[in-house]
Design a protein around this ligand. Structure first.
Ligand SMILES: *Cc1c(COP(=O)(O)O)cnc(C)c1O
Length: 511
């Protein structure tokens, strides 16, 4: 058994050929032994079955680490009874309460990297110790002065999304960045006013697009074009290209997700970007489910702009500071020396501006002459939160220990293994009970058209039963009404054994 064989099979777009005994726990454990990234799990604090039942702070992390607690009473109690498993407010204490839970929800909120706590604490110490001087002074590596943190995080994020360091900016949140980027990149004219999107964008993307259209005084029913999927919720590249063709002359912007959040479908960003741009359409990607999940080459693909959040596959924490990409060609700042202005006038792509988009050399001149930082950094508005950046910096420190190729390789096998076990459960169902199949996978079977996530559409009425069984087993997994569970084994901290155990619970819950 060689995991690397599976990787090459899957990377060529083939199915991985698992042996007959692949559905045994021993086999899953063997895959874990061979996993070159298995050490990364140690970088994270996963909830435990016990900690998931926690109802009050008690100053104890799931792994038993003591931390300061806001709730002094709970702290005192916990000190006296010596309970170190991070639970409280519960009666029983089962043997496996202290074991890390199965966390397949990294597509919604990644688990906490231990480095986030260290980095945030270090910034709190810096602030307490040197106050305002922390803007330009650091108390030691790996931290940099607050003023340089956004740039430092941008440089490290660039490796994750396949960009030049100057093409990435770390700022705001995802939806805010979509708005700022559309303010610069969606410039409708009477002729070209449409935005092409997909049938079921994440609601926030829909609202952002719809309100941008209205902001320009246009009618969403005329200016928003939605691409429809087939009966399996699948959107083929041909359908997308065909839609572009149909509306090319009237389209100002194509804005799609790199990975569709509901089905987990990964789009052919390279081909779609080229096709649209060749027809004069500006191309933006929402990479909420793609950044940190799959390999991206935004620069080489010639994408115009992109935006992503960092709390899903990048584990920077709830509502963490977000990232954006602006292609090099849009970030240029040239100085035009005109007759009427001997000092020269900077020429740059129009955007909504704030002082932190201003070049550092003149930012503090306070003279109201805006000269943007070249590159994506010129799209910043405000002095970013050093605490937010510390959290992201800590989360990225784990990415610094590996790379997207290695993470993707493991993810391909993890997800294929999950699919293999799901197919086994399916095959064991009685064929002739006259009911609809217990579930179907609505994520593409082609490993190159998906990330880690498998979306499993359950038979009507099964969601509560299955969801209840998963919860009972201490498994964290996303449910979307009416009947989808989104299973996302994340390569950073999930194991093959997790996948096996998850499927064992699922099998029993649909029996
Ligand atoms: C998670 C997600 C969001 C969330 O937006 P925020 O601005 O970070 O709250 C938006 N769009 C997509 C596609 C998402 O997956």
């Amino acid at each position: 058994m060689e995991t690397s064989n599976f990787v090459s099979q899957l990377r060529s777009g083939a199915r991985a050929k698992f042996p007959a005994h692949a559905n045994s726990l021993e086999y899953a454990r063997k895959l874990d032994e061979q996993d070159p990234l298995k050490h990364l799990r140690e970088e994270y604090t996963l909830p435990t079955r016990g900690s998931l039942r926690k109802r009050h702070l008690n100053g104890t992390l799931p792994d038993g680490t003591r931390v300061a607690s806001l709730d002094q009473t709970a702290q005192a109690e916990s000190n006296t009874n010596g309970c170190g498993n991070g639970t409280n407010g519960t009666n029983g204490h089962a043997d496996d309460d202290d074991k890390p839970c199965i966390y397949f929800c990294g597509n919604s909120l990644g688990v906490q990297p231990k480095a986030v706590r260290r980095y945030v604490n270090a910034q709190l110490e810096t602030w307490a110790s040197i106050g305002v001087n922390g803007h330009f002074q650091s108390l030691g590596s790996p931290l940099v002065p607050w003023q340089d943190m956004a740039e430092d995080c941008a440089r490290r994020s660039a490796a994750i999304v396949g960009a030049l360091p100057s093409e990435v900016v770390i700022m705001n949140t995802l939806t805010a960045n979509l708005h700022l980027l559309m303010a610069s990149f969606y410039r409708p004219t009477e002729k070209r006013h449409k935005i092409i999107l997909e049938w079921r964008p994440f609601p926030s993307d829909w609202y952002a697009i719809e309100s941008q259209v209205q902001w320009h005084g246009l009618d969403p029913t005329k200016s928003m074009v939605t691409i429809q999927p087939d009966e399996d919720f699948y959107i083929s590249t041909d359908t997308i290209l065909w839609t572009i063709d149909e509306h090319a002359e009237e389209t100002a912007l194509l804005l799609l997700p790199g990975i569709q959040y509901y089905t987990g479908q990964l789009f052919d960003m390279e081909r779609i970007t080229k096709y649209a741009r060749d027809r004069g359409v500006v191309v933006g990607w929402d990479l909420a489910h793609a950044a940190g999940n799959v390999e991206l080459r935004l620069h080489d693909w010639d994408v115009d702009f992109a935006a992503w959040c960092t709390y899903k596959y990048q584990n920077a924490g709830p509502g963490a500071i977000a990232g954006a990409f602006v292609h090099e060609r849009h970030g240029r700042v040239e100085v035009e020396v005109g007759a009427e202005d001997a000092c020269g006038r900077p020429v740059f792509r129009h955007r909504l501006t704030g002082w932190y988009g201003g070049d550092k050399s003149v930012r503090f001149n306070m003279d109201n002459k805006f000269l943007p930082t070249p590159g994506a950094g010129g799209f910043q508005l405000s002095n970013p939160s050093a605490i937010d950046l510390a959290a992201l910096s800590g989360a990225l420190s784990v990415f610094d220990k590996t790379d997207m190729a290695a993470l993707r390789s493991k993810a391909l096998v993890l997800t294929a293994y999950a699919e293999h076990l799901l197919d086994g459960i399916f095959a064991d169902q009685p064929a002739d009970d006259g009911k609809a199949p217990v579930f179907r996978i609505i994520t593409p079977r082609d490993p190159l058209q998906r990330g880690t996530q498998l979306s499993v559409l359950l038979r009507d009425g099964l969601l509560d039963q299955v969801g209840g069984a998963l919860e009972e087993a201490g498994i964290v997994c996303d449910r979307r009404k009416p009947g989808v569970i989104r299973v996302a084994p994340v390569p950073m901290y999930c194991t093959f054994e997790d996948v096996w155990t998850f499927m064992d619970v699922l099998r029993k819950s649909v029996a």
